[in-house]
Design a protein around this ligand. Structure first.
Ligand SMILES: [Mg+2]
Length: 395
């Protein structure tokens, strides 16, 4: 199959994410189903429409127009303020989820990711099946819908996910470019702005097919350096790579600002346990192990103190993460009021870099237990029994 890229695009992201959040908070109406919009600065009449529901769209409400114009077109328009913190969180959740399907995930924008899926040795039908699985899981796990585009490069995957919306899977493989891409009007092509589209129209280039089949030298005369990518994109060509974050540069962190300042070490430790579980889930989802653990405490005067330690062996075990975090907390905490607790895992490594240690008691399927099981199975019927050190020490 060669290279296979998925482009995952959240349908109507801001409005959907706000809708899901409102439903979670007990709001009775799904704002995706009524005339509604997300718009900034409602108090000033000049706030701009950032997103609109399909019903509002049908009544003529357009993105990037002022609220008062939108209201003229749709008098019963319900307007909700954007919540960027929520959008960032939803975007992070989506990204972390997609990372469980590929090591090569590019976060292209707050609501779009590219995934390089070439490692799966699948046929076409299996890739389509997998895309449906991802699409449906996102809907059932997070409550919003996405489009997934499947293709042999990033450009075609992005063009495919933009076909019919919402909640769809589309393919645009090399052999489908003529039938699916070429009939589209030229302004639909990625990177062709309104201005360029108008200039192309004047040159009698109206569809993507017109552009793909035009004379390159002719194009270059009018569009200079841009002619090359225009010509290549129209022909469905794109060799750009997935711009993923290399694991070595990554870290995973979770923090919480407490509703009240706390001066109780046990309480802080129970908060830390909760955070440890959450970061461990994120490690598992990305098939990673952490070598360095650090914690941050912020006191009521907003002063941060930090401590970190490097483990002999990388871990993804929440108990070990928590144990290390508590050890750091013990050495850091000075009986003062704390308003913020954070834990960060860094020096992340992939599964296969994990070194087995004989004394790694926290990983039951690894290290000592594994060795012991092996030795014991080799010693069957020989009256030899080796038990873990931890077992002896508990006796
Ligand atoms: Mg989108």
């Amino acid at each position: 199959m060669g290279r296979i890229i998925f482009h995952v695009d959240v349908n109507n992201a801001f409005l959907s994410w706000t809708a899901v959040d409102l439903l979670k908070k007990g709001f009775k109406i799904d704002i995706r189903k009524i005339p509604s919009a997300i718009a900034g600065n409602q108090s000033k009449r000049h706030g701009i429409i950032l997103a609109k529901s399909p019903v509002a769209k049908n009544k003529g409400v357009q993105t990037a127009t002022p609220i008062y114009i939108a209201r003229k077109k749709c008098s019963n328009l319900r307007i909700f303020a954007p919540d960027y913190e929520l959008y960032k969180k939803e975007s992070d959740k989506l990204y972390a989820y997609l990372c469980s399907y590929s090591k090569y995930v590019e976060r292209y924008s707050i609501d779009e990711c590219y995934l390089d899926m070439s490692n799966y040795k699948f046929n076409k039908e299996e890739f389509i099946k997998l895309a449906y699985k991802i699409k449906n899981e996102i809907n059932s796990n997070f409550g919003f819908t996405v489009n997934v585009g499947i293709a042999n490069n990033k450009l075609c995957a992005k063009m495919a996910s933009d076909f019919l919306k919402p909640n769809r899977v589309h393919t645009l493989f090399k052999e489908e470019i003529k039938d699916k891409l070429w009939p589209l009007p030229v302004h639909k092509l990625y990177m062709i702005g309104e201005k360029t589209a108008k200039r192309l129209q004047i040159l009698n280039i109206k569809t993507i097919a017109d552009l793909a089949n035009s004379d390159f030298n002719f194009l270059q005369k009018y569009f200079k350096n841009s002619a090359l990518y225009m010509y290549e994109y129209a022909n469905g060509e794109d060799n750009s790579q997935i711009n993923y974050i290399k694991e070595k540069n990554k870290n995973i962190s979770m923090s919480i600002t407490l509703p009240i300042d706390i001066q109780d070490k046990d309480e802080l430790k129970s908060i830390l346990l909760n955070l440890s579980k959450k970061v461990a889930v994120r490690l598992h989802n990305q098939n990673l192990y952490a070598k360095t653990i650090s914690i941050t405490l912020r006191n009521k005067y907003f002063k941060d103190t930090q401590r970190q330690t490097k483990l002999y062996n990388a871990t993804n075990n929440y108990k070990e993460i928590n144990k290390t975090g508590c050890f750091l907390l013990d050495s850091l905490y000075k009986e003062e009021y704390i308003r913020y607790v954070g834990i960060k895992l860094s020096d992340l490594v992939e599964n296969n870099e994990y070194q087995l240690s004989l004394f790694d008691e926290n990983n039951n399927d690894n290290g000592l237990d594994k060795v012991i099981n092996k030795v014991n199975s080799n010693c069957k019927n020989k009256q030899v029994k080796i038990v873990p050190a931890s077992y002896i020490s508990k006796k």
